[in-house]
Design a protein around this ligand. Structure first.
Ligand code: GLC
Length: 562
């Protein structure tokens, strides 16, 4: 059976994330569209991925890259039409790819008809109850109802002309929905069915841990307890709006819906919660997967990676599932650049505009990004790749200030640059208009030399990121099915593990991965040359001509040791 036809294909697969505005633009308006994706989808199939996840393409004012949806059943004209989406689905199927779409249930756009109606309706009305409207505090209610902070900076409350306030965890253009309101619950179930009936294979659930809030009066302040960056857990327990137990009711209902389709469709949570609570989202009657941001945030250190891997495997195993592995997405500094700057500066400080950004050591970033890819792709479970990581794209850290579009930029009073640097449109060709992104320009400026990273420039170059990813994804398929994971003996600063077991007939059926996270070369015992499958950088030899694994390098071997 081809891998993609397997019923539980999602347990061990590679899902390629398409950031809608920046993948490919067919109509030349500078903004990515569905036709552009369809035209370029063969790249994803050639890479060896099993599925694509598309970030939102729904009708939207694009105040937050489409995560502000004005109509959940329509395609934004800048991204195309519903027929374009049908054509994309058909093309994906032809190529053996599954299609996962993004669902944004925590909030909608201020231009959604429900919010327009809410603004036109009086306090206490049914229209307002679909959102979280409250009177303010302080004299004349001029202070927000609680101290809740927006993830994008500033208060999570905005005031409307009649004096009430509405809540928004993100930008003011993204009012939070009230998930205690049965109409909201019913509407999203209908939206899920709409896309399932069209033939999608699954959903990525935006801000899955935020839907339910503790709205009992008086609202509780958080005293800074919501200040963690996107994708990381809030501090404290019983938080008024993050990771509340009640949110699981929603997913139990959704699971019944996705299971009612044949074959069952899948769901993956974006949930910035603690390692202890993340597995709750993947209980057998809830979601299939949750993004593993611990892996993404892991410092470059053998002990830390080992701990993240152990915790992730154990957490997933508790509910009979496998973890996911993520190194990058459209919300974080690209990992090539994260690994190129001093530890700890990339996820927070690097995004600031205080003039103290450390100069990246690009050689180190390149080596580590390649090694991390091999580490990640060897682990049991599903890897989510972010478009462009297969090209080794760095963060574009020096975008002109006037080009920045992330709402974080304005909401932080222009002190945090935000996420545009990882969203610069992809280079497909060495030269030409927007390096093959489309026949026109690109909504974010591409830096000079961007074409050197292009698919065209890298294809056929054995030392390129692209060819390493292609080889890795092809090899990986040989080792699917056996989810056994074993740590192997390793040197200090090295990680070594095996996925799968060596078959009884001596046939090598296991994949061994070794990665050197120390600053020194480590001897690499490879009795037989034919065991060597892939390396992220050239191996070295010491004087006695023993092979060595240089620092920041990973290797794949077929394991014959039992
Ligand atoms: C998620 C998305 C992010 C978006 C936010 C609000 O974290 O990944 O891009 O800004 O939700 O919808």
């Amino acid at each position: 059976m081809p891998h993609a036809a397997h019923r539980d294909w999602w347990r061990e697969s590679v899902v390629y994330q398409v950031y809608m505005p920046s993948f490919a633009d067919a109509d030349g308006d500078g903004m990515g569209d569905l036709r552009g994706i369809t035209d370029r989808l063969a790249h994803v199939a050639d890479l060896g991925a099993d599925a694509v996840w598309l970030t939102p393409f729904y009708r939207s004012p694009l105040a937050d890259g489409g995560y502000d949806v004005a109509d959940y059943r329509q395609v934004d004209p800048r991204h195309g039409t519903l027929d374009d989406f049908r054509a994309l689905l058909a093309r994906a199927r032809e190529l053996g790819l599954r299609t996962i779409v993004d669902i944004v249930p925590n909030h909608c756009s201020e231009q959604h008809p429900w919010f327009v109606e809410a603004l036109a309706s009086p306090p206490g009305s049914a229209a307002r109850d679909r959102f979280i409207f409250r009177d303010g505090t302080g004299p004349d209610g001029a202070e927000p109802p609680a101290d809740w902070q927006s993830k994008f900076g500033g208060p999570a409350w905005s005031r409307v002309p009649d004096g009430q306030w509405y809540m928004h965890i993100f930008a003011a253009e993204q009012p939070d929905l009230n998930w205690e309101n049965p109409e909201v619950v019913a509407e999203f179930e209908a939206i899920l069915r709409f896309w399932l009936d069209l033939g999608v294979d699954g959903f990525r659930i935006d801000v899955a841990h935020g839907l339910r809030k503790d709205l009992d009066p008086p609202l509780r302040n958080t005293y800074g307890g919501d200040s963690a960056s996107l994708n990381s857990p809030p501090s404290g327990e019983n938080h008024p709006f993050w990771d509340r137990d009640e949110v699981h009711e929603v997913y139990r209902r959704w699971r019944k819906i996705t299971d009612s389709y044949a074959p069952p469709r899948i769901m993956v949570a974006e949930a910035g919660v603690s390692a202890g609570r993340l597995p709750l989202y993947t209980r057998p009657d809830e979601l299939h997967q949750a993004f593993n941001f611990f892996h993404l945030r892991c410092p470059w250190d053998a002990g830390s990676f080992r701990e993240v891997i152990d915790t992730s495997l154990a957490g997933a195993a508790a509910h009979g599932t496998l973890p996911t592995w993520v190194l990058s997405n459209h919300d974080v500094v690209r990992h090539r650049t994260r690994y190129a700057v001093p530890e700890g500066t990339a996820l927070r400080g690097w995004l600031m505009t205080d003039g103290r950004e450390p100069a990246p050591d690009d050689d180190r970033g390149r080596r580590r990004a390649r090694a991390a890819a091999l580490l990640t792709l060897a682990l049991p479970g599903t890897t989510y790749l972010y478009q462009g990581e297969e090209l080794g794209l760095p963060e574009v850290a020096d975008l002109p200030r006037e080009a920045l579009r992330d709402p974080m930029w304005e909401r932080t009073g222009r002190t945090v640059k935000g996420r545009d640097g990882c969203r610069v449109p992809l280079p497909w060709t060495r030269t030409g208009s927007s390096y093959g992104f489309g026949p026109g320009g690109s909504w974010l400026p591409q830096p000079g030399g961007w074409g050197d990273y292009s698919v065209e420039a890298q294809t056929g170059d054995p030392d390129s990121f692209l060819e390493m990813y292609r080889t890795a994804l092809t090899l990986r398929r040989r080792f699917l099915g056996d989810e056994t994971f074993t740590w192997l003996e390793s040197a200090p600063g090295e990680l070594a593990f095996r996925k799968g077991r060596v078959a009884a007939d001596g046939r090598a059926a296991a994949l061994e991965c070794r990665i050197n996270l120390s600053g020194e070369p480590i001897p690499l015992p490879v009795p037989d040359e034919s065991q060597l499958l892939l390396t992220s950088a050239e191996l070295t030899q010491d004087q006695a001509t023993a092979r060595q694994l240089p620092p920041d390098t990973a290797v794949w071997l077929t394991s014959t040791i039992s």
